[in-house]
Structure formats: structure tokens, C-alpha cells
Design a binder for this molecule. Structure first.
Ligand SMILES: Nc1ncnc2c1ncn2[C@@H]1O[C@H](COP(=O)(O)OP(=O)(O)OP(=O)(O)O)[C@@H](O)[C@H]1O
Length: 256
């Protein structure tokens, strides 16, 4: 079993402190859902875990199996088994999607980027069919004219191909049609049952139709303020964040 821990993480962007002490953990095989109002810091956390240098770690740590990875470059974190799918992936139209997938798998296997690896495309085509992703995407540039839903499916496809220790997916359900939500939800559960640890952010309880979380975290103003189970998601959907936070405060006298 592997464990990814975020400990009292404080992160600044452009000199502004956004994360103000985030603590959470994920083990392989778990499906952890991260919720929180707009601007609470979910994407910032994902960028910091990925190692985006624009996100300055002021304090705290990120540990993989007890070892700090916060000073490692993004590619080394990737090589160690952490895959992060972003909320708004960047298009790189000059690189064919099929080439990106082959390069990604080669890097992980310690091979040269350009080494031919025809099995990758065959496997990716199979996964694309499961995700309802049109096969012509492989011959297009990365993100070149991808619709919002195609972008999201392409991110999840990469996670399925890699079967990483940890797949961290920022709102993988946003912008997807009903079939897409179902396909992505099932894919996430399959990834977890094949041993990956999953951390996904979402704004909607509809994911619960397909995803059974082992744990739910809620962020507010740069911190994790609550940990619970899927009932937390259901209640937030019913009453909204502010009323939910008020209910918790009244019940437990907690400061959120
Ligand atoms: N480069 C930046 N400069 C200044 N503020 C930033 C920068 N990047 C993010 N922020 C701020 O950090 C806060 C957290 O943003 P973040 O995108 O992490 O939130 P989120 O929880 O993912 O929100 P959403 O649910 O809307 O996607 C926001 O107030 C945002 O405006």
C-alpha cells in the first residue's frame, strides 16, 4: 500500500497566500472526494501536489510513503507515480495526442521519448472506446479543438493508461454529458479497484451515482475544514455550503 500525505501545507501564488494549512491523506485503493466553494483552494492544492513552480510552498510538506516530495520537479513526482489531471488542461496543438501518450508511457518506463511503442496506442484506443472518446483525437494535436468533454475524457484516459499510484483529478465531471459522467465515474472506480489511490474534486452530488467515496474532505478559505463520508456531499447538495457550515457550527460549536 502507498500513501500520499499533505501536511499543514501553506502555498502562495504571486505572493498571495492561498492555502493556509491543508492536511489530508490518501492511500492506494481509496477514492477520496474533495469539495469546497469556488475559490476555496482545491485547484491550488492540485497544482502544488503536481509541483507547478508558480505555486510556492511556504510551509508544510507533501509526502509519498513518508518521504518528502515537495522539492522534487514535476517530472520526478510523475515518475514516482503521481498523475494530476487539471481543471483546465493546456492545449499543445503541435504535439499529436498519440505521441504524447507514447512519450508519457516511455518516460515512466525509463525509455526514450521517441521509442516506438505501438501497444500504447492500441491500449489507448480501447480505453477511448470505453470513455466514449472519438478515435480521431489520437491523430489531432493535444487539445486541438477538443470540446470541454473531450478534454476531460482525455485526462481520464491518461490516468487509466498510466494506472498510477495516485490519480488526482480536478473536476473530472465538469462539462460532461450524462454518458460522460457515467463513463468517467465507472473509470475512476475501476482505477481504484486496480490499486490506484484517487483524489477528485467535484461540485456535484451526481457523481455519487457512479463513485463510492471512501472519504470526503471539504475545503474553505484555504484549509480542509471537514472530513466525512458521502452524506456530507448529499447534505451540501441539499442546502449549500454556507448553510451546511452553519449547521456544523451549531451542532459542534466548531469554528470553520
Ligand atoms: N495567480 C493567482 N493570483 C492571485 N490569486 C490567485 C491566483 N491563482 C489562484 N488565485 C486565487 O486563489 C483562490 C483559490 O483558487 P482555486 O482555483 O484554487 O480555487 P478552487 O477551490 O479550485 O475554485 P473552483 O471551485 O472555482 O475551481 C481564489 O481566490 C483565486 O482567485
Amino acid at each position: 500500500m502507498h500513501r500520499l500525505q499533505v501536511e499543514n501545507l501553506r502555498v502562495a501564488v504571486s505572493g498571495k497566500e492561498i492555502l493556509r494549512g491543508v492536511t489530508l491523506s490518501i492511500s492506494t485503493g481509496e477514492v477520496v472526494v474533495l469539495m469546497g466553494p469556488n475559490g476555496s483552494g482545491k485547484s491550488t492544492l492540485f497544482q502544488a501536489i503536481a509541483g507547478n513552480p508558480k505555486y510556492e510552498i511556504i510551509d508544510g510538506d507533501i509526502l509519498l510513503d513518508g518521504e518528502s516530495i515537495k522539492d522534487l520537479p514535476p517530472e520526478e513526482r510523475f515518475a514516482r507515480g503521481i498523475y494530476v489531471g487539471f481543471q483546465s488542461p493546456i492545449a499543445v496543438p503541435e504535439v499529436r495526442f498519440a505521441f504524447l501518450l507514447q512519450a508519457m508511457m516511455n518516460i515512466r518506463a525509463g525509455k526514450k521519448l521517441t521509442d516506438p511503442n505501438p501497444q500504447v496506442l492500441a491500449q489507448a484506443q480501447k480505453i477511448a472506446a470505453e470513455l466514449g472518446l472519438r478515435p480521431d483525437v489520437f491523430n489531432r494535436g493535444v487539445g486541438a479543438g477538443f470540446s470541454g468533454g473531450e478534454f476531460k475524457r482525455a485526462e481520464v484516459l491518461q490516468a487509466l493508461l498510466l494506472n498510477p499510484k495516485f490519480a488526482i483529478l480536478d473536476e473530472p465531471d465538469s462539462g460532461l454529458d450524462i454518458d460522460g459522467i457515467s463513463a468517467v465515474g465507472k473509470a475512476v472506480m475501476r482505477l481504484a479497484s486496480s490499486g490506484s489511490g484517487i483524489l477528485i474534486s467535484t461540485h456535484y452530488a451526481r457523481v455519487l451515482k457512479f463513485i463510492k467515496p471512501t472519504k470526503v474532505y471539504v475545503m474553505a478559505e484555504g484549509r480542509v475544514v471537514l472530513e466525512g463520508d458521502e452524506n456530507v456531499i448529499k447534505r451540501i447538495e441539499e442546502v449549500g455550503y454556507q448553510s451546511y457550515f452553519n449547521e456544523i457550527k451549531q451542532a459542534f460549536g466548531a469554528s470553520l
